[in-house]
Ligand binder design. Structure first.
Ligand code: PMP
Length: 436
Protein backbone atom coordinates (compact mmCIF):
# COMPACT_ATOMS: atom_id res chain seq x y z
CA UNK A 1 0.00 0.00 0.00
CA UNK A 2 1.29 3.44 -0.91
CA UNK A 3 1.45 5.81 2.03
CA UNK A 4 1.58 9.57 1.75
CA UNK A 5 4.73 10.83 3.38
CA UNK A 6 5.26 14.43 4.43
CA UNK A 7 8.20 16.28 2.90
CA UNK A 8 9.98 16.22 6.27
CA UNK A 9 9.48 12.47 6.58
CA UNK A 10 10.89 11.92 3.09
CA UNK A 11 13.93 14.09 3.87
CA UNK A 12 14.57 12.14 7.07
CA UNK A 13 14.15 8.77 5.33
CA UNK A 14 16.51 9.91 2.57
CA UNK A 15 19.17 10.84 5.12
CA UNK A 16 18.79 7.56 6.96
CA UNK A 17 18.49 5.05 4.12
CA UNK A 18 19.85 6.49 0.86
CA UNK A 19 23.61 6.72 0.32
CA UNK A 20 23.73 9.09 -2.65
CA UNK A 21 26.09 8.72 -5.60
CA UNK A 22 28.90 11.29 -5.80
CA UNK A 23 27.43 13.38 -2.97
CA UNK A 24 28.31 14.60 0.50
CA UNK A 25 27.64 11.85 3.05
CA UNK A 26 26.17 14.30 5.55
CA UNK A 27 23.66 17.02 4.75
CA UNK A 28 22.00 19.29 7.27
CA UNK A 29 18.42 18.92 6.09
CA UNK A 30 18.56 16.04 3.66
CA UNK A 31 18.29 16.50 -0.09
CA UNK A 32 18.11 20.04 -1.50
CA UNK A 33 15.47 18.97 -4.01
CA UNK A 34 13.16 15.98 -4.16
CA UNK A 35 12.10 16.15 -7.79
CA UNK A 36 8.67 14.90 -8.71
CA UNK A 37 8.09 15.99 -12.31
CA UNK A 38 9.85 17.20 -15.43
CA UNK A 39 8.58 19.00 -18.51
CA UNK A 40 10.86 20.23 -21.28
CA UNK A 41 13.76 22.13 -19.72
CA UNK A 42 11.98 22.41 -16.36
CA UNK A 43 12.05 20.28 -13.24
CA UNK A 44 9.50 20.57 -10.41
CA UNK A 45 10.19 19.51 -6.85
CA UNK A 46 8.00 18.23 -4.07
CA UNK A 47 7.46 21.74 -2.68
CA UNK A 48 6.19 22.91 -6.08
CA UNK A 49 9.37 24.85 -6.90
CA UNK A 50 10.12 25.11 -10.64
CA UNK A 51 13.74 25.21 -11.85
CA UNK A 52 15.47 25.23 -15.23
CA UNK A 53 17.50 22.06 -15.57
CA UNK A 54 20.64 23.78 -16.84
CA UNK A 55 22.55 20.49 -16.64
CA UNK A 56 20.09 18.19 -18.46
CA UNK A 57 20.30 16.52 -15.03
CA UNK A 58 23.65 14.70 -15.52
CA UNK A 59 24.45 15.99 -19.04
CA UNK A 60 22.05 13.37 -20.34
CA UNK A 61 18.41 14.44 -20.74
CA UNK A 62 19.12 15.67 -24.27
CA UNK A 63 15.53 15.72 -25.58
CA UNK A 64 14.21 17.32 -22.38
CA UNK A 65 11.90 15.99 -19.70
CA UNK A 66 8.39 14.58 -19.95
CA UNK A 67 8.43 13.08 -23.47
CA UNK A 68 5.69 10.53 -23.00
CA UNK A 69 6.46 8.82 -26.35
CA UNK A 70 9.43 7.16 -24.67
CA UNK A 71 7.29 5.78 -21.89
CA UNK A 72 4.86 4.45 -24.49
CA UNK A 73 7.64 2.68 -26.39
CA UNK A 74 9.04 1.28 -23.12
CA UNK A 75 5.61 -0.07 -22.11
CA UNK A 76 4.97 -1.57 -25.52
CA UNK A 77 8.35 -3.33 -25.48
CA UNK A 78 8.03 -4.49 -21.87
CA UNK A 79 4.56 -5.85 -22.49
CA UNK A 80 5.84 -7.74 -25.52
CA UNK A 81 9.29 -8.82 -24.34
CA UNK A 82 10.66 -7.20 -21.18
CA UNK A 83 13.91 -9.09 -21.25
CA UNK A 84 15.76 -11.87 -22.98
CA UNK A 85 19.46 -12.68 -23.03
CA UNK A 86 21.93 -11.54 -25.68
CA UNK A 87 24.59 -14.02 -24.51
CA UNK A 88 25.67 -17.02 -26.59
CA UNK A 89 23.71 -16.82 -29.83
CA UNK A 90 20.57 -15.03 -28.61
CA UNK A 91 19.41 -11.64 -29.80
CA UNK A 92 16.40 -9.33 -29.93
CA UNK A 93 14.98 -6.93 -32.49
CA UNK A 94 15.45 -3.55 -30.73
CA UNK A 95 19.13 -4.32 -30.01
CA UNK A 96 19.77 -5.30 -33.64
CA UNK A 97 17.97 -2.24 -34.99
CA UNK A 98 19.68 0.17 -32.59
CA UNK A 99 23.11 -1.27 -33.45
CA UNK A 100 22.31 -0.76 -37.14
CA UNK A 101 21.06 2.79 -36.52
CA UNK A 102 24.22 3.67 -34.57
CA UNK A 103 26.42 2.30 -37.37
CA UNK A 104 24.74 4.79 -39.72
CA UNK A 105 25.29 7.71 -37.35
CA UNK A 106 28.81 7.07 -36.04
CA UNK A 107 31.88 8.51 -37.76
CA UNK A 108 33.93 6.49 -40.24
CA UNK A 109 33.88 2.73 -40.01
CA UNK A 110 32.65 2.47 -36.41
CA UNK A 111 29.91 0.04 -37.26
CA UNK A 112 29.59 -2.61 -34.55
CA UNK A 113 28.27 -2.03 -31.03
CA UNK A 114 28.86 -3.79 -27.73
CA UNK A 115 26.01 -2.70 -25.42
CA UNK A 116 26.28 -1.85 -21.72
CA UNK A 117 24.07 -0.12 -19.14
CA UNK A 118 26.05 3.13 -18.83
CA UNK A 119 29.25 5.08 -19.30
CA UNK A 120 31.47 3.39 -16.73
CA UNK A 121 30.68 -0.05 -18.08
CA UNK A 122 31.33 1.25 -21.60
CA UNK A 123 34.77 2.48 -20.62
CA UNK A 124 35.74 -0.72 -18.83
CA UNK A 125 34.50 -2.67 -21.86
CA UNK A 126 36.60 -0.54 -24.22
CA UNK A 127 39.78 -1.14 -22.20
CA UNK A 128 39.12 -4.86 -21.99
CA UNK A 129 38.27 -5.18 -25.69
CA UNK A 130 41.42 -3.20 -26.57
CA UNK A 131 43.60 -5.51 -24.48
CA UNK A 132 41.86 -8.57 -25.93
CA UNK A 133 42.53 -7.20 -29.43
CA UNK A 134 46.26 -7.07 -28.70
CA UNK A 135 46.24 -10.60 -27.28
CA UNK A 136 44.64 -11.78 -30.53
CA UNK A 137 47.30 -9.90 -32.51
CA UNK A 138 50.04 -11.64 -30.52
CA UNK A 139 51.21 -8.39 -28.87
CA UNK A 140 50.47 -9.44 -25.31
CA UNK A 141 52.66 -6.75 -23.75
CA UNK A 142 50.30 -4.02 -25.00
CA UNK A 143 48.28 -3.52 -21.81
CA UNK A 144 48.70 0.10 -20.76
CA UNK A 145 45.91 2.61 -21.15
CA UNK A 146 46.86 6.30 -21.34
CA UNK A 147 44.37 9.02 -20.42
CA UNK A 148 44.46 12.79 -19.94
CA UNK A 149 44.67 14.99 -16.86
CA UNK A 150 41.25 16.42 -15.89
CA UNK A 151 39.50 13.51 -17.59
CA UNK A 152 36.50 11.68 -16.15
CA UNK A 153 35.62 8.21 -17.40
CA UNK A 154 33.39 6.80 -14.67
CA UNK A 155 33.54 4.80 -11.49
CA UNK A 156 34.01 1.12 -12.37
CA UNK A 157 37.55 0.11 -11.36
CA UNK A 158 38.95 0.49 -14.89
CA UNK A 159 37.05 3.71 -15.59
CA UNK A 160 38.18 5.21 -12.28
CA UNK A 161 41.76 4.16 -12.95
CA UNK A 162 41.59 5.95 -16.32
CA UNK A 163 40.13 9.07 -14.73
CA UNK A 164 42.65 11.91 -14.67
CA UNK A 165 40.90 13.69 -11.79
CA UNK A 166 43.04 12.26 -9.03
CA UNK A 167 40.52 12.69 -6.20
CA UNK A 168 38.33 9.97 -7.74
CA UNK A 169 41.26 7.54 -7.75
CA UNK A 170 42.42 8.52 -4.26
CA UNK A 171 38.91 7.80 -2.91
CA UNK A 172 39.72 4.08 -2.83
CA UNK A 173 43.51 4.17 -3.03
CA UNK A 174 43.31 1.19 -5.35
CA UNK A 175 44.24 2.10 -8.90
CA UNK A 176 44.23 -0.78 -11.32
CA UNK A 177 47.74 -1.32 -12.74
CA UNK A 178 48.78 -0.19 -16.24
CA UNK A 179 46.96 3.15 -16.33
CA UNK A 180 49.01 6.26 -17.19
CA UNK A 181 48.21 9.96 -17.47
CA UNK A 182 49.37 12.86 -19.64
CA UNK A 183 48.75 16.59 -19.58
CA UNK A 184 45.35 17.17 -21.19
CA UNK A 185 46.44 19.58 -23.93
CA UNK A 186 50.01 18.49 -24.70
CA UNK A 187 50.55 16.11 -27.61
CA UNK A 188 54.28 16.26 -26.91
CA UNK A 189 53.69 14.86 -23.42
CA UNK A 190 51.88 11.92 -24.99
CA UNK A 191 54.71 11.25 -27.43
CA UNK A 192 57.31 11.48 -24.63
CA UNK A 193 55.34 9.11 -22.40
CA UNK A 194 54.98 6.54 -25.19
CA UNK A 195 58.71 6.74 -25.89
CA UNK A 196 59.58 6.37 -22.20
CA UNK A 197 57.23 3.45 -21.57
CA UNK A 198 57.86 1.77 -24.93
CA UNK A 199 55.11 1.74 -27.57
CA UNK A 200 55.02 -2.06 -27.42
CA UNK A 201 53.52 -1.76 -23.91
CA UNK A 202 50.68 0.64 -24.81
CA UNK A 203 47.24 -0.73 -25.72
CA UNK A 204 45.19 2.44 -26.11
CA UNK A 205 44.78 6.16 -25.56
CA UNK A 206 41.40 7.30 -24.22
CA UNK A 207 40.01 10.82 -24.53
CA UNK A 208 36.82 12.79 -24.12
CA UNK A 209 36.29 15.08 -27.15
CA UNK A 210 35.35 17.86 -24.72
CA UNK A 211 36.26 17.18 -21.11
CA UNK A 212 33.03 17.47 -19.15
CA UNK A 213 33.12 16.65 -15.46
CA UNK A 214 36.71 17.94 -15.38
CA UNK A 215 35.49 21.49 -16.07
CA UNK A 216 34.42 21.69 -19.77
CA UNK A 217 37.77 21.91 -21.52
CA UNK A 218 37.72 22.25 -25.30
CA UNK A 219 40.97 20.98 -26.85
CA UNK A 220 43.17 23.18 -29.04
CA UNK A 221 42.29 23.19 -32.76
CA UNK A 222 44.70 20.50 -34.04
CA UNK A 223 44.93 18.44 -30.88
CA UNK A 224 42.89 15.43 -32.00
CA UNK A 225 44.42 15.27 -35.48
CA UNK A 226 47.87 15.11 -33.87
CA UNK A 227 46.66 12.52 -31.36
CA UNK A 228 45.33 10.37 -34.22
CA UNK A 229 48.70 10.66 -35.99
CA UNK A 230 50.63 9.69 -32.86
CA UNK A 231 48.36 6.70 -32.25
CA UNK A 232 48.82 5.56 -35.88
CA UNK A 233 52.58 6.07 -35.73
CA UNK A 234 52.93 3.85 -32.65
CA UNK A 235 50.11 1.44 -33.51
CA UNK A 236 48.10 2.47 -30.46
CA UNK A 237 44.28 2.23 -30.44
CA UNK A 238 42.49 5.56 -30.08
CA UNK A 239 39.33 5.43 -27.94
CA UNK A 240 36.99 8.39 -27.65
CA UNK A 241 34.63 8.73 -24.70
CA UNK A 242 31.53 10.41 -26.15
CA UNK A 243 29.44 9.60 -23.08
CA UNK A 244 28.59 13.30 -22.61
CA UNK A 245 29.40 14.66 -26.07
CA UNK A 246 27.42 12.14 -28.13
CA UNK A 247 23.88 12.51 -29.45
CA UNK A 248 24.02 16.19 -30.33
CA UNK A 249 25.43 17.70 -27.15
CA UNK A 250 28.20 19.71 -28.90
CA UNK A 251 26.25 20.72 -32.02
CA UNK A 252 27.28 17.68 -34.08
CA UNK A 253 25.83 14.21 -33.68
CA UNK A 254 29.18 13.00 -32.31
CA UNK A 255 31.77 15.56 -31.22
CA UNK A 256 34.65 14.01 -33.15
CA UNK A 257 32.90 15.28 -36.32
CA UNK A 258 34.14 18.77 -35.35
CA UNK A 259 37.69 17.51 -35.79
CA UNK A 260 37.28 15.05 -38.70
CA UNK A 261 38.96 12.36 -36.66
CA UNK A 262 37.77 8.75 -36.53
CA UNK A 263 38.76 6.75 -33.45
CA UNK A 264 39.16 2.97 -33.33
CA UNK A 265 36.58 2.67 -30.57
CA UNK A 266 33.93 5.03 -29.23
CA UNK A 267 32.16 4.86 -25.87
CA UNK A 268 28.64 6.26 -25.52
CA UNK A 269 25.82 6.32 -22.92
CA UNK A 270 23.68 9.15 -21.46
CA UNK A 271 22.19 10.87 -24.55
CA UNK A 272 21.52 7.58 -26.36
CA UNK A 273 18.28 7.35 -24.35
CA UNK A 274 18.29 10.89 -22.90
CA UNK A 275 18.24 9.16 -19.51
CA UNK A 276 14.82 7.56 -20.09
CA UNK A 277 16.46 4.12 -19.77
CA UNK A 278 19.88 2.87 -18.67
CA UNK A 279 21.97 2.20 -21.75
CA UNK A 280 25.49 2.64 -23.05
CA UNK A 281 27.92 0.92 -25.34
CA UNK A 282 31.22 0.80 -27.18
CA UNK A 283 31.38 1.00 -30.93
CA UNK A 284 34.33 -0.69 -32.61
CA UNK A 285 35.79 -0.18 -36.07
CA UNK A 286 35.27 -2.63 -38.90
CA UNK A 287 38.95 -3.51 -38.64
CA UNK A 288 38.74 -4.48 -34.97
CA UNK A 289 35.52 -6.38 -35.57
CA UNK A 290 37.16 -8.26 -38.43
CA UNK A 291 40.15 -9.15 -36.25
CA UNK A 292 37.78 -10.41 -33.55
CA UNK A 293 35.90 -12.53 -36.09
CA UNK A 294 38.96 -13.88 -37.85
CA UNK A 295 41.43 -14.34 -35.01
CA UNK A 296 39.24 -15.25 -32.07
CA UNK A 297 39.10 -18.96 -31.46
CA UNK A 298 36.77 -18.79 -28.53
CA UNK A 299 34.16 -16.57 -26.99
CA UNK A 300 34.10 -12.90 -26.03
CA UNK A 301 34.34 -13.52 -22.28
CA UNK A 302 32.94 -10.14 -21.42
CA UNK A 303 29.24 -9.33 -21.20
CA UNK A 304 26.67 -7.79 -18.88
CA UNK A 305 23.29 -9.33 -18.13
CA UNK A 306 21.74 -6.16 -19.55
CA UNK A 307 23.93 -5.87 -22.69
CA UNK A 308 21.36 -5.30 -25.43
CA UNK A 309 18.39 -4.86 -23.08
CA UNK A 310 15.32 -4.83 -25.36
CA UNK A 311 13.40 -2.09 -23.55
CA UNK A 312 16.44 0.20 -23.22
CA UNK A 313 17.30 -0.30 -26.90
CA UNK A 314 13.71 0.42 -27.99
CA UNK A 315 13.80 3.64 -25.94
CA UNK A 316 17.16 4.50 -27.56
CA UNK A 317 15.70 4.12 -31.04
CA UNK A 318 12.74 6.39 -30.23
CA UNK A 319 15.03 8.96 -28.59
CA UNK A 320 17.24 9.12 -31.69
CA UNK A 321 14.13 9.45 -33.86
CA UNK A 322 13.10 12.51 -31.81
CA UNK A 323 16.61 14.05 -32.00
CA UNK A 324 16.53 13.68 -35.78
CA UNK A 325 12.89 14.70 -36.44
CA UNK A 326 13.12 17.80 -34.26
CA UNK A 327 16.54 18.89 -35.55
CA UNK A 328 17.91 18.98 -32.03
CA UNK A 329 21.54 18.77 -33.18
CA UNK A 330 21.14 22.00 -35.19
CA UNK A 331 19.31 23.58 -32.24
CA UNK A 332 22.19 22.56 -29.98
CA UNK A 333 24.66 24.33 -32.30
CA UNK A 334 22.54 27.52 -32.56
CA UNK A 335 21.55 27.76 -28.89
CA UNK A 336 25.09 26.77 -27.92
CA UNK A 337 26.41 29.81 -29.75
CA UNK A 338 23.96 32.02 -27.84
CA UNK A 339 24.88 30.38 -24.54
CA UNK A 340 28.57 31.07 -25.13
CA UNK A 341 27.88 34.67 -26.17
CA UNK A 342 25.74 35.13 -23.04
CA UNK A 343 28.50 33.74 -20.83
CA UNK A 344 31.07 36.00 -22.51
CA UNK A 345 28.80 38.98 -21.81
CA UNK A 346 28.73 37.96 -18.13
CA UNK A 347 32.54 37.70 -18.21
CA UNK A 348 32.69 41.29 -19.46
CA UNK A 349 30.36 42.37 -16.62
CA UNK A 350 31.97 40.63 -13.63
CA UNK A 351 35.70 40.98 -12.92
CA UNK A 352 35.95 37.63 -11.12
CA UNK A 353 34.86 35.68 -14.24
CA UNK A 354 38.12 34.81 -15.97
CA UNK A 355 37.01 32.57 -18.84
CA UNK A 356 33.88 31.47 -20.73
CA UNK A 357 34.17 28.44 -22.97
CA UNK A 358 32.15 25.70 -24.60
CA UNK A 359 31.10 23.76 -27.64
CA UNK A 360 27.43 23.44 -28.52
CA UNK A 361 25.30 23.13 -25.41
CA UNK A 362 28.21 22.27 -23.16
CA UNK A 363 29.77 25.28 -21.48
CA UNK A 364 31.95 26.37 -18.58
CA UNK A 365 32.39 29.65 -16.74
CA UNK A 366 35.68 29.87 -14.92
CA UNK A 367 35.82 32.15 -11.89
CA UNK A 368 38.57 33.22 -9.54
CA UNK A 369 38.72 34.84 -6.15
CA UNK A 370 41.73 34.85 -3.87
CA UNK A 371 41.12 32.52 -0.94
CA UNK A 372 37.57 31.37 -1.65
CA UNK A 373 35.78 29.21 -4.18
CA UNK A 374 33.08 31.09 -6.05
CA UNK A 375 31.56 28.39 -8.28
CA UNK A 376 29.81 26.56 -5.41
CA UNK A 377 28.37 29.89 -4.19
CA UNK A 378 27.08 30.73 -7.68
CA UNK A 379 25.50 27.27 -7.98
CA UNK A 380 23.80 27.73 -4.61
CA UNK A 381 22.43 31.18 -5.50
CA UNK A 382 21.34 29.89 -8.92
CA UNK A 383 19.32 27.10 -7.31
CA UNK A 384 17.60 29.69 -5.10
CA UNK A 385 16.49 31.75 -8.11
CA UNK A 386 15.46 28.68 -10.14
CA UNK A 387 18.44 27.43 -12.13
CA UNK A 388 20.31 24.15 -11.75
CA UNK A 389 23.97 24.26 -12.76
CA UNK A 390 27.04 22.55 -11.36
CA UNK A 391 30.37 23.52 -9.79
CA UNK A 392 33.68 21.85 -10.66
CA UNK A 393 36.29 22.45 -7.96
CA UNK A 394 38.55 19.39 -8.37
CA UNK A 395 42.15 19.76 -9.50
CA UNK A 396 42.36 23.31 -8.13
CA UNK A 397 39.61 24.56 -10.43
CA UNK A 398 36.68 26.91 -9.86
CA UNK A 399 34.24 26.49 -12.74
CA UNK A 400 30.47 26.56 -13.17
CA UNK A 401 29.33 24.18 -15.90
CA UNK A 402 26.19 24.09 -18.03
CA UNK A 403 24.58 21.52 -20.27
CA UNK A 404 20.88 22.33 -20.83
CA UNK A 405 18.56 20.07 -22.87
CA UNK A 406 19.13 20.27 -26.63
CA UNK A 407 15.46 21.17 -26.97
CA UNK A 408 15.91 24.50 -25.16
CA UNK A 409 14.25 27.43 -26.95
CA UNK A 410 15.77 30.86 -27.51
CA UNK A 411 13.46 32.36 -24.86
CA UNK A 412 14.27 29.63 -22.32
CA UNK A 413 17.99 30.16 -22.92
CA UNK A 414 17.54 33.89 -22.25
CA UNK A 415 15.77 33.00 -18.99
CA UNK A 416 18.65 30.72 -18.06
CA UNK A 417 21.18 33.51 -18.64
CA UNK A 418 19.08 36.05 -16.73
CA UNK A 419 18.77 33.74 -13.75
CA UNK A 420 22.51 33.11 -13.86
CA UNK A 421 23.17 36.85 -13.95
CA UNK A 422 20.95 37.28 -10.86
CA UNK A 423 22.82 34.51 -9.03
CA UNK A 424 26.24 35.95 -9.91
CA UNK A 425 25.04 39.41 -8.84
CA UNK A 426 24.11 37.96 -5.45
CA UNK A 427 27.61 36.48 -5.09
CA UNK A 428 29.18 39.78 -6.12
CA UNK A 429 27.07 41.59 -3.53
CA UNK A 430 28.36 39.20 -0.86
CA UNK A 431 31.98 39.67 -1.97
CA UNK A 432 31.53 43.45 -1.85
CA UNK A 433 29.88 43.25 1.59
CA UNK A 434 32.75 41.20 3.05
CA UNK A 435 35.47 43.41 1.58
CA UNK A 436 33.91 46.68 2.74
N1 PMP B 1 32.51 9.04 -19.29
C1 PMP B 1 32.19 10.33 -19.23
C2 PMP B 1 32.86 11.28 -20.16
C3 PMP B 1 31.24 10.78 -18.30
O1 PMP B 1 30.96 12.07 -18.23
C4 PMP B 1 30.62 9.84 -17.46
C5 PMP B 1 29.53 10.25 -16.47
N2 PMP B 1 29.42 11.56 -16.15
C6 PMP B 1 31.00 8.50 -17.55
C7 PMP B 1 31.94 8.13 -18.49
C8 PMP B 1 30.41 7.48 -16.63
O2 PMP B 1 29.11 7.20 -16.99
P1 PMP B 1 28.10 6.50 -15.96
O3 PMP B 1 27.91 7.44 -14.83
O4 PMP B 1 26.87 6.28 -16.81
O5 PMP B 1 28.70 5.21 -15.55
Amino acid sequence: MKRNYSIEELRALDQKHFLHPTSPVKTENGPAFIFTEGKGVYLYDITGKKVIDGMSSLWNVNIGHGRTELGEVAKEQMDKLAFSSCFATFSNEPAILLAEKLAGLAPGDLSTTFFTSGGSESNDSAYKLARHYWILKGEVSRKKIISRSKSYHGVAIGATSATGLKAFRDFTNSNAPDFLYVDHFSTKALRDLIETEGPETIAAFITEPVQGAGGVHVAPENYFKEIREICDEYGILMITDEVITGFGRTGKFFAMEHYNVVPDMMCFAKGVTSGYAQLGGVMISEKIHREFSELSVGTILHGYTYSGHPMACAVGLKNIEIIEKENLVANSAARGQELLEGLKALQAKYPFIVNARGLGLMAGLEVFSEGSLLAPQIVLEAAKVGLICRAVVLDGQDVVVFSPPLSISQAELKDLLNLLDKAIQEVENKITATTL
